[in-house]
Design a protein around this ligand. Structure first.
Ligand SMILES: Cc1cc2nc3c(=O)[nH]c(=O)nc-3n(C[C@H](O)[C@H](O)[C@H](O)COP(=O)(O)OP(=O)(O)OC[C@H]3O[C@@H](n4cnc5c(N)ncnc54)[C@H](O)[C@@H]3O)c2cc1C
Length: 650
């Protein structure tokens, strides 16, 4: 039912029809059309506008101005009609029209297997489907005697805290930093930002209408995470500046014993029934092992530990690495440094997106905030444009002749487009084209956004060095060809220790087995990327084979994992169980499925070296699944896959 407050807001919205009509000029056609059909249910509108929507981004739409004006008027009329009549706004669109709406909205075809995900993601039925509800409300004493420890307060740890709080389950978040934010707290380098559009790279339960950019910069994302943490008052549950060093499963007490140390060296221990790691895959910086690095003597720092006390304007800066972070740093500092020397081991593919630098106008923010359902439809468009539509591009066609450069016909087409983009950006300079174009197929590594990286390479003060580094001396990097590159500052854009998952923590499960005993140095494996045999009541988020490299938002995956963990916790509490441990059979069967799927994908390509693969060549980081697959795998918790141990009766 629409509340009195909603009706009052609607009446205020349509009170000034001229203003509304004007304000709607800032709206994109596709989501506005969806609002109209959602509210009015008239399929004729879909037929009229569909021919002008060629894809899910706003720049794919080419409707004539007169038609857009008609659409805006129709939206004003229908909102006025609802306001005048006091009728409730329908939470869902007419379900019979949903398939056609999704197709028109994306300018493509959305298969039926996506409908449950769409209904849930957009919360079309307003039933809060991602929140796990009690089947039998536990007694207050039961809840009071249960405790969950969450390590880390980035996007995932904060989501976990919010959901635990909603369920009334006591919990403690332990965070080594003085703030929430994780990735977005620690990475403050110039140019830091996302490559996933933010109206999708955000929580489904808090669609933000206030993003300043379609692709936000670091501080805005940090502010968003902080706002969510504040809304749930998570600071009351969080121990900041405290690092978990070790967690040991106490088999007698059926509890995790979690050792922590504060920044000033105070040790403590926390006991918890359930332990959730939300430590991210990209949290521990990877430092290169280059002979002489310690002899450099000028400022040298990792992108994730940017030293803001060091001014780089007018300096000779060297940067090792051209991955996701390096590609953002380069264009941000090149205009002000004397010289930027970039040491590249292998180039990255990066795609142009016209919205990458665009700010969200005040008018668009107004529409996002005020027009009912607009944000939900806009978010869906971004979901569609940023994720599974690329998945087939990563699959190896065994009959494809040019396996070295592309994987299948579609992948080859993308390669041609990307190569043409590089050529035009570097003014057809053959040397730069050669250096900046990867040999490996597109999507072999996560596709980045071209933030003027290629154009930057044409600057007279930028050198792209592809000769390998031999060693480092005081104030200089020496390459294998004997050239000495004199530098004032050295930036290490060398990524993270993703493969040594959960390191440097020491985690000890049942029978005294440690996670390193079980995983070795770099072979992490977990059921659905979340649970591990021998480690009862232990849940990993952003765990093995859950990194999204075909596209998509890591926040989507976090929410899938958080829901799965909440379902498991519900099973423990409602069933009065002391522990749950994944059985070996489903665990092994899942690993087999993952490895089989990955063997047919880009990352297993023999020409690829990346942080996705471990020392034996197994892809341990990436998820082979589409978002819809991972959602389906984690939407329910199957107790039959777990061994439960009852609490000893008192
Ligand atoms: C520069 C950069 C850009 C990115 N851009 C995108 C993007 O565009 N799209 C996308 O989908 N993903 C992107 N990612 C991936 C990003 O990491 C995830 O999107 C997401 O932020 C991960 O959140 P998280 O909470 O799981 O982990 P993190 O954000 O890594 O948070 C982990 C937290 O755990 C804490 N912690 C770790 N160990 C301990 C310990 N022992 N004790 C206590 N606390 C501990 C850390 O301090 C940190 O706060 C990007 C990553 C980086 C580095």
């Amino acid at each position: 039912m629409t509340t009195t407050k909603d009706i009052a807001a609607l009446r205020a919205l349509v009170g000034d029809r001229t203003h509304l009509q004007e304000a709607l000029k800032s709206a994109d056609v596709a989501p506005l059309l969806m609002v109209l059909v959602h509210l009015g249910g008239d399929p004729a509108w879909l037929d009229r506008i569909a021919p002008y929507i060629k894809g899910p981004w706003s720049f794919h739409e080419e409707a004539p101005e007169a038609l857009k004006a008609e659409l805006r008027q129709a939206v004003v009329d229908i909102l006025t009609d609802y306001a005048d009549s006091g009728r409730a706004l329908p939470l869902s669109p007419p379900m019979g029209l949903l398939p056609r709406m999704l197709d028109v909205c994306t300018g493509g075809t959305v298969p039926p297997e996506y409908y449950p995900l769409v209904i849930e993601e957009m919360d079309l039925e307003d039933s809060d489907p991602k929140t796990v509800k009690w089947r039998t409300q536990p007694a207050p004493a039961t809840l009071a005697n249960f405790h969950v420890a969450v390590i880390g307060s980035g996007f995932t740890g904060v989501a976990m805290g919010i959901k635990l709080k909603e369920a009334g389950i006591p919990f403690t978040i332990i965070e080594k930093n003085p703030s929430v934010g994780g990735t977005w707290f620690e990475n403050t380098y110039p140019g830091i930002g996302v490559d996933t559009a933010n109206h999708f790279y955000s929580y489904s339960f808090n669609n933000n209408a206030d993003w300043n950019h379609f692709f936000a910069k670091g501080p805005d994302i940090l502010a968003y995470i902080r706002r969510n943490a504040e809304l749930a008052a998570l600071s009351e549950h969080t121990r900041f500046n405290e690092e978990v060093t070790q967690s040991v499963w106490d088999e007698q007490a059926m509890l995790w014993r979690i050792d922590t140390v504060t920044k000033d060296g105070k040790h403590d221990q926390i006991a918890a029934n359930v332990l959730v790691t939300a430590t991210g895959q990209l949290n521990q910086p990877q430092y290169p092992t280059i002979p002489g690095l310690e002899d450099f003597q000028e400022p040298v720092f990792h992108t994730a530990r940017w030293d803001h006390s060091v001014g780089y304007a007018g300096k000779r800066v060297g940067m090792i690495g051209t991955g996701a972070s390096g590609m953002q740093v380069g264009p941000a500092i090149a205009p002000v440094v004397e010289n930027l020397t970039i040491f590249q081991r292998s180039p990255h593919w990066a795609m142009h997106n016209p919205l990458y630098f665009e700010t969200v106008s005040d008018g668009k923010k107004w529409v996002l905030k005020n027009i009912p359902f607009y944000t939900k439809w806009f978010r869906f468009q971004l979901f569609w444009s940023s994720s599974d539509t690329f998945h087939h591009n990563l699959k190896v066609d065994p009959n494809w002749p040019d396996q070295k450069h592309s994987l299948n016909a579609e992948n080859a087409k993308v390669r041609d487009q990307l190569v043409a983009h590089i050529a035009s950006e570097v003014d057809n300079d053959p040397e730069l084209i050669r250096k900046a174009t990867p040999e490996y197929p597109p999507y072999g590594k996560r596709m980045l956004r071209d933030n003027h990286w290629y154009r930057m390479l044409t600057r007279p003060n930028v050198d792209l060095v592809t000769e390998h580094i031999d060693h480092i001396e005081k104030g200089a990097v020496i390459t294998k060809d004997g050239v000495r590159h004199e530098l004032d500052i050295l930036v290490l854009a060398t990524g993270f220790q993703a493969r040594r998952m959960l390191s440097p923590m020491h985690v000890v499960g049942r029978g005294g087995i440690s996670i390193r005993d079980q995983w070795g140095e770099d072979n992490p494996r977990a059921h659905l990327g979340i649970t591990v045999p021998n480690f009862p009541n232990f849940f990993v988020t952003y765990g093995p084979n859950t990194n999204l490299a075909h596209g998509g938002s890591a926040v989507f995956h976090s929410e899938c994992q958080v829901r799965y963990i909440m379902l498991a916790i519900r099973e423990l509490i409602e069933g009065d169980q002391a522990s749950a441990e994944v059985r070996a059979e489903p665990f092994e069967a899942y690993q087999q499925k993952v490895d089989d799927a990955i063997s047919k994908m880009a990352w297993a390509h023999p020409g690829m070296s990346s942080w996705y693969k471990n020392s034996k060549g197994r892809v341990t980081q990436n998820s082979p699944w589409r978002l819809v697959d991972y959602r389906n795998l984690t939407a329910e918790f199957d107790p039959a896959e777990y061994i439960f141990t009852k609490k000893a009766s008192a």
